[in-house]
Design a protein around this ligand. Structure first.
Ligand code: BGC
Length: 420
């Protein structure tokens, strides 16, 4: 056996050799870098990214992946870094952006290039559902390549915590959910609903709004067709306040994986989160969980899609096109989604190998009513989302829950973006 010091010296020299070999290989082959900017930095998200990177390695010889990930759920930090870089004309070669309103912001600002001709040469139009194509299209042009479809209105539950409290089935509606939360608290679970900071609170509020308003009126909140000032919205906000009261007091300091930790450790019974949670629980080796559609939203699929773009001014457009083609491909979408917990955006990826959760999601995506998400950019602009996040964060910390004040603030924000 090598002594520790000799072993260390051996390791150091191997690393130095490897580094110089790598450097010269790069120089010899002239390999070019593709900086891929995401917020997929750990757990199931990193596993998803790694799968794409490995496909990219095979499909794009001479191109090298450069990881530009900035950690923070829902891109809360990444988007700030990205926008600062774009403002300084220093965009990455490609970046992650949600299909829908969030993408439209970048298109309107002229920050991303038209990929319509690439869609044609990759045969991509025929492979994607029409509704998603519509959300990616502006003035007849396609500007981004979707990697997946995620579902937001899902509740994840710790099976042991529930069964210890005698909760043996999923609640059928919001009232039943509130009763189960009360039951958990009586059983000694102080904060039965694991919750995190601002955007995770927006996710919870959106699920409650879908439950109380129904799919059509919920979607109308972001187009101007539904008023934010109605009695129904007031009722949803009251329900939201009740849910908030069952959540952990330190919620404003937690990102979603921190809140998920409360669930894994049995300190909470439930967490409302998108289905990246399935992949993350798998990456964290936690299996004793169950899931159900947020009570009262059965038959509704609150969707969001991660997509990648070719920014204006990207340094390596050829390499980036190869990344985008990999993201668009059947193999890329299969490998990525198997690891990421989402389902392929393409309709022609075979279902084998996907988890029971993913098979359920694939079936629901075909039959359920789709509604977009503001927390994840398919329903509202980034600016709108930021404002609502700040409003909810302030509401969360306020000792007195001023529901009429919250409703007025949400209505005033909506009025800045859509006519009601
Ligand atoms: C993204 C997902 C990601 C989640 C949590 C969402 O906005 O679309 O890909 O897993 O945020 O970070």
């Amino acid at each position: 056996m090598l002594s520790t010091r000799r072993a260390l010296a051996a390791v150091v020299s191997v690393v130095v050799l490897a580094a110089s070999a790598c450097g010269s290989a790069d120089e010899d082959s002239g390999s070019a870098k593709v900086e891929v900017f995401t917020w997929w930095a750990e757990g199931g998200e990193k596993a998803g990214l790694d799968s794409l990177v490995s496909r990219f390695g095979t499909a794009c010889p001479g191109q090298e992946f450069e990881n530009g990930a900035v950690a923070g759920g829902a891109g809360i930090n990444a988007k700030q870094v990205l926008n600062a870089r774009i403002a300084q004309n220093d965009p990455p070669d490609t970046f992650q952006v949600h299909a829908g309103a969030e993408l439209a912001d970048y298109i309107a600002a002229g920050r991303v290039q038209d990929l319509s001709a690439d869609y044609d040469s990759w045969g991509l139009r025929a492979a994607l559902p029409q509704g998603l194509l519509d959300d990616l299209t502006v003035d007849g042009k396609l500007y981004s390549v979707p990697a997946n479809i995620h579902r937001a209105n899902v509740v994840w539950a710790n099976s042991q915590v529930l069964s210890d409290a005698g909760i043996l089935q999923a609640p059928k509606n919001l009232d039943a959910f509130l009763q189960d939360l009360a039951k958990l608290r009586r059983a000694g679970v102080e904060s039965p609903l694991a919750l995190g900071r601002d955007w995770t609170q927006l996710m919870l509020l959106e699920s409650v709004l879908i439950a109380d308003l129904g799919a059509k009126r919920f979607a109308g909140l972001f187009t101007g067709a539904t008023s934010w000032k109605s009695k129904a919205v007031r009722g949803a906000l009251n329900d939201y306040v009740q849910l908030l009261a069952y959540s952990n007091a330190d919620r404003d300091a937690l990102d979603w994986p921190d809140a998920e930790r409360l669930l894994i450790d049995g300190r909470a019974g439930y967490q409302v989160m998108g289905d990246w949670e399935a992949a993350d629980l798998a990456a964290k080796n936690f299996q004793a969980y169950e899931y159900f559609t947020f009570p009262g939203t059965e038959g509704v699929f609150q969707w969001l899609a991660d997509s990648f773009v070719l920014p204006d001014g990207a340094g390596n457009p050829d390499g980036t096109r190869c990344w985008l083609k990999t993201v668009a491909s059947v193999d890329g979408q299969r490998d990525f989604n198997l690891a990421k917990g989402s389902i392929p955006a393409r309709t022609d990826v075979a279902g084998d190998g996907f988890s029971a959760y993913q098979m359920d999601a694939m079936a629901d995506w075909k039959t359920a009513t789709p509604v977009p998400s503001c927390a994840h950019g398919s329903a509202c602009s980034q600016d709108w989302q930021n404002t609502v996040n700040a409003t909810l964060g302030a509401f969360s910390t306020a000792a007195e829950k001023d529901v009429p004040g919250l409703q007025a603030a949400l209505a005033a924000t909506a009025a800045r973006y859509v006519q009601q």
